[in-house]
Design a protein around this ligand. Structure first.
Ligand SMILES: [Zn+2]
Length: 131
């Protein structure tokens, strides 16, 4: 496995911390790490609210990347509560497509960390409305 994946996994695991922030907000049940084209790792956790104001861990990590002045994603990994990895939801895929229209196809996503199975964003979003 490429060393960057284990660095991403450890970075995401370091912020995985399920907790209740208030009567209305929980967070940290899922954590994500993205690697930008520059090679820097950005992390984020899911934030869940009682009125749909929250965000997925992947988008939180992507917004962290954007906050720090970068625009292009190279790899994405998210850790579920049981330690396994999963594919991004439709909203997160949509954000990546809109951020990288015309070049999102090669974004790599970790599907199964133990088996080191990855997939390209273009494979799971082959007929997106933005080419
Ligand atoms: Zn999502």
């Amino acid at each position: 496995m490429d060393k960057i994946w284990s660095e991403m996994y450890e970075a995401a695991r370091s912020v995985l911390n399920e907790r209740r922030i208030s009567d209305y907000v929980t967070c940290g049940e899922v954590a994500a790490a993205v690697v930008s084209k520059s090679g820097r790792i950005y992390t984020g956790v899911c934030i869940d609210t009682c009125s749909t104001l929250g965000i997925c861990a992947e988008r939180n990590a992507i917004f962290n990347m954007i906050t720090n002045g970068e625009n292009e994603i190279d790899k994405v990994l998210c850790i579920l509560p049981d330690g396994s990895c999963g594919a991004p939801c439709g909203a997160c895929r949509e954000l990546m497509v809109q951020l990288m229209a015309g070049k999102y196809h090669d974004v790599e996503i970790m599907l199964d960390y133990k088996e080191c199975r990855t997939i390209k964003l273009g494979e799971i979003t082959p007929y997106w409305w933005i080419k």
